[in-house]
Ligand binder design. Structure first.
Ligand code: ADP
Length: 484
């Protein structure tokens, strides 16, 4: 699938450290999840190279922060335009190593690029403040300065967007970055980095340290333990987030964590049913259910329960599953065998405890899984408690608003939530009562660059995107002027 790139120069397999492509002494294989075929062998780096990248980033920091915000913004805008220009190649690389349908990959490239555009604009608006004095001999001034070398550890489900969402605000603020991309999807990361080089981002300001699963742990340890690294941003599982937070404790590092979710999707009796079904389809089956904001548990109220599950099953059954490069395919493969095994475990557990399979329920060939709808699901089933991260929609019946709010909040997670209702009073009541960082009301899609993305409880710390997305990359400094 990678033979047909318009610009073969985007296919990088070496890591990027201090502006140089580094081959390392070992390689690791990257596979196409749809076919199982090997796509490339990528530099497999470890602790020593991570140390090197951090030291190089630190040296590059002074020059980068000394540029005006406007100059940094101009370079970021070049990078943004390059992503747009090379969108088709980037999308092809992404589909090849990640599996998502090409149309979704194109969508992600546009979404990824939008963070660069947004933060290029925001770079110029990192305002300080003056505070009215309480002492006639003093003046109080607040400035914001780049925090320093930033580290980013990113996942495979959005191989480019999760990088730009972290890197763009860091660079905009005047910080250099060392990225450790997911071992499943390093080619997307390296192609994006190649475009950063072409945009004129100076050597050392953006570094990509690639590593396999084992090496990633090593690189992660170096990033966390480093005194030079002042901020770590991670998107991935809550389990790994906890490990990183623990490893960062000795250096009191600032952390942005975007972790797992267990999104409830609630359909009230007064909802527009077709719209709710449409929203559930988008929220559940996008990226084959492998997003942290995917509807994980669907609650349908008594009065519309049967009608809702029937419509949802009909739509899910009609989804076209296949290789993401084929025209019209709406659902690609899952990322690996563990992902398939988890989905199978959740379905078997639900069926064993009395759930009805309305459609799907089985693995097709390889890593493809049928779009699945389960009815008569109960809160004690695994699929109600854990993030399934696959194309399974478990639907639970509820009776009252109070009951469903309690059910929805009964989790240690708090990332995205959704509900459908046309009653304005209920919209405010439920919107305020859900303990989540994001609430989609009569919509199944909430993420854009302009809004704050993030979770509460064990779903993470901090917000990415929006003007708030810059906060983690700057330190607030207070200047107290005396002897006026
Ligand atoms: P997922 O379940 O989505 O694969 P993970 O949390 O396992 O999510 O992985 C997300 C990112 O974290 C990947 O880049 C992976 O290499 C990295 N990672 C996994 N375990 C560790 C670790 N112990 N230390 C540092 N990075 C890790």
């Amino acid at each position: 699938p990678l033979a047909s790139l318009k610009d073969p120069g985007l296919l990088k397999t070496d890591a990027l450290i201090n502006g140089a492509w580094v081959a390392g002494t070992r390689r690791f294989a990257v596979h196409d999840p749809a076919t199982g075929l090997k796509l490339a062998e990528v530099a497999n780096l470890g602790a020593a190279e991570a140390e090197q990248a951090i030291a190089d980033a630190d040296r590059a920091w002074a020059g980068w922060r000394a540029q005006t915000a406007k100059a940094r913004a101009a370079i970021l805008m070049k990078w943004f335009h390059l992503l747009r220009e090379h969108a088709e190649d980037l999308a092809r690389i992404m589909t090849a190593e990640q599996g998502k349908p090409l149309a979704e990959a194109r969508g992600e490239v546009a979404y990824a690029a939008s963070f660069i555009e947004w933060f290029a604009e925001e770079a110029k608006r990192v305002y300080g403040e003056t505070i009215p004095t309480t002492d006639p001999n003093k003046r109080y001034v607040v400035i914001k300065q780049p925090i320093g070398v930033c580290a980013a550890i990113t996942p495979w489900n959005f191989p480019i967007a999760m990088i730009t969402r972290k890197v763009a605000p860091a660079l905009a603020a005047g910080c250099p970055v060392v990225i450790k991309p997911a071992e499943q999807t390093p080619l997307s990361a390296l192609a994006t980095a190649e475009l950063a080089v072409r945009a004129g981002i100076p050597p050392g300001v953006l570094n990509v340290v690639t590593a396999d699963a084992e090496g990633s742990v090593e690189v992660g340890k170096v990033m966390c333990a480093s005194d030079t690294v002042r901020h770590l941003s991670f998107t991935g599982s809550t389990e790994v987030g906890r490990i990183l937070m623990q490893q960062c404790a000795p250096t009191i590092k600032k952390l942005s964590l975007e972790l797992g979710g267990n999104a409830p999707f609630i359909v009230f009796d007064d909802a527009d049913l077709d719209s709710a079904v449409e929203g559930a389809m988008q929220s559940k089956y996008r990226n084959a259910g492998q997003t942290c904001v995917c509807a994980n548990r669907i609650y349908a109220q008594d009065g519309i329960y049967e009608a809702f599950v029937a419509k949802l099953a009909e739509k899910a059954k009609a989804l076209r599953v296949g290789n993401g490069f084929e025209d019209g395919v709406q659902q690609g493969p899952l990322i690996d065998d563990n992902a398939i095994a988890k989905v199978e475990r959740h379905v078997a557990d639900a069926v064993g405890k009395g759930a009805r399979v309305l459609t799907g329920g089985k693995r097709l060939q390889g890593r493809f899984f049928e779009p699945t709808v389960l009815a008569d699901v109960t809160p004690d089933m695994l699929c109600s408690r854990e993030e399934t991260f696959g194309p399974v929609a478990p639907v639970i019946r509820f009776r009252t608003e109070e009951e469903v709010i309690a059910l929805a909040n009964d989790t240690e997670f708090g990332l995205a939530s959704y509900f459908y209702s046309r009653d304005i009073g209920r919209i405010f009541r439920v919107g305020e009562a859900l303990e989540y960082g994001m609430v989609g009301i009569n919509t199944g899609l909430v993420a854009v660059a302009e809004v704050p993305f993030g979770g509460v409880k064990q779903s993470g710390l901090g917000r990415e995107g929006s003007h708030h997305g810059m906060d983690d990359y700057v330190e607030i400094k207070y200047l107290c002027l005396g002897d006026i």
